[in-house]
Design a protein around this ligand. Structure first.
Ligand code: GLU
Length: 439
């Protein structure tokens, strides 16, 4: 088991990489094993029983469905879809739906369990779930994506419900996808706007939901900088991913005085040491579908971006991008996990030894599911809040969660990740105990 350093001491040990110092390496694991590795580290700290470990390292329900879709060329393609409900002790299952060729059962399981810890650490009344369809939406037309979404929704609708399981967007899905899901579900069960979150505002979505994950990431940086004494004036930032989360981080992080020097997306990226003109880059990406080719900047690959000598690194795309292969070469002082599970356990240990402050996914990117919760509350009441109310409630919840995690880490000599996981596991196990699910 790797050494746990005091979280508040991490800044001081930032530069202290001792060449040749012994290092406890953890093997690279599949995504579900990796997430459970982080869970067991927290479970060890709180002395969790083997019985509860068995419950919490497996899913409650795993649904695999066939999704046949008629393509535009007239052929039929059969996709595989999943909805995995990890734990529901604290409330309805909650979590996104991703469309990606790598969305296999291990990945979706891992992401479902992360949702359990995420909703618990920010203390919103949900369990954890995730869904996915193994497909490449970049190769599909809008019509094909709509048919896929409707068929998939219909196939999983038996396990959904406003008080049972509430999906949301994730990688390669968006407000339009949620509108189709809501419509497909409502066609069968009657008008049900609270069945999904992340819908368009016109259909009962919440103001501020699209920016929420990015905004939450930025709040975490602001708090971390204050607590660890980092000067953000002119601090350099590299962002991997320019989808919903990465692009909002890029657009908002300047408010803290930071300079975005590099951005990549799935096609490649751009780097400018003096800082990128983010609004212009956003416009360019909207127009062309990628940040690649933006004028006045040098080209950079996804792998190179991660290893840039920047103050803040924001992996905001896919999982396991920081791993045993590159962790030694990460130079950032702060890593904000805007993506889910971007750092493997082996890499996490290396970053810790280098003194890098890692704000874990279950805290850093929780702004999205927090505003999903607000959206669900509003839709259940059929009464909508204005944008400023959403934003101030999000800020309050993110900051409260940050303080909880920071104090837990400092008081117990843990990393932010282990502290956040301990807090979450304690809340979930307490819910199990109170509900009396076990003899
Ligand atoms: N997909 C997002 C996440 O991983 C949002 C989930 C939600 O809002 O339910 O946190």
């Amino acid at each position: 088991m790797a050494r746990e350093g005091g979280a508040l001491a991490e800044t001081e040990t930032h530069a202290a990489v001792i060449p040749g110092a012994p290092r406890t390496r953890t093997p690279e694991l599949n995504p579900f094993e990796a997430v459970n590795f982080f869970f067991h580290r927290a479970a060890d700290h709180i002395g969790l029983s083997d019985e509860l470990r068995d419950v919490l390292t497996s899913s409650y329900r795993e649904l695999t469905v066939q999704v046949p879709v008629r393509l535009d060329d007239g052929t039929l393609q059969v996709f595989t879809g999943y909805r995995i409900q990890h734990n529901g002790a604290r409330g309805p299952y909650k979590g996104g739906i991703r469309y990606h060729p790598d969305a296999d059962i291990d990945e979706v399981r891992a992401l479902a369990s992360l949702m359990t810890w995420k909703t618990a650490v920010v203390d919103i009344p949900y369990g954890g779930a995730k869904g996915g369809v193994q497909c490449d939406p970049t190769m599909m037309s809008m019509g094909e994506k709509q048919r896929l979404t409707r068929r998939f929704t219909s196939a999983i609708s038996y396990v959904l419900g406003v008080n049972r399981d509430v999906p949301a967007p994730d990688v390669n899905t968006d407000a339009q996808t949620m509108a189709w899901m809501m419509d497909a579900y409502s066609g069968r069960y009657g008008y049900t706007p609270a069945i999904v979150t992340g819908k368009p505002v016109e259909l009962g979505g919440s103001y501020g939901r699209d920016a929420a994950t990015g905004r939450g990431v930025v709040y975490c940086l602001e708090e971390a900088a204050r607590d660890y004494g980092i000067d953000l004036a002119g601090a350099t930032v590299a962002i991997q991913g320019f989808g919903n989360v990465g692009s909002w981080v890029a657009r908002l992080i300047g408010e803290l005085g930071c300079r975005v020097v590099a951005v990549t997306d799935v096609k490649g990226g751009v780097h400018r040491a003096d800082g990128l003109d983010v609004p212009a880059l956003w416009g360019w990406a909207q127009e062309t579908g990628s940040v690649v080719g933006f004028s006045g900047a040098e080209e950079i690959s996804n792998a190179e971006l991660l290893e840039l000598d920047v103050d803040v690194l924001v992996p905001a795309a896919l999982d396991r991008v920081i791993n045993e292969g590159n962790a030694d070469r990460i130079k950032a002082r702060v890593v904000l996990e805007a993506a889910n599970h971007p750092v493997t356990p082996a890499a996490d240990d290396v970053l810790q030894e280098k003194g890098v402050i890692v704000v874990p996914d279950i805290l850093a990117n929780a702004g999205g599911v927090i505003v999903s919760y607000f959206e669900w509350v509003q839709a259940n009441q059929a009464y909508w809040w204005d944008a400023s109310e959403v934003e101030s409630r999000l800020a309050d919840r993110m900051r409260a969660a940050w303080l909880n995690v920071r104090d837990y880490a400092a008081n117990n000599g843990l990393t932010l990740r282990t502290a956040a996981t301990c807090l979450a596991v304690e809340r979930v196990t307490e819910a199990h105990r109170l509900r009396g699910l076990y003899p």
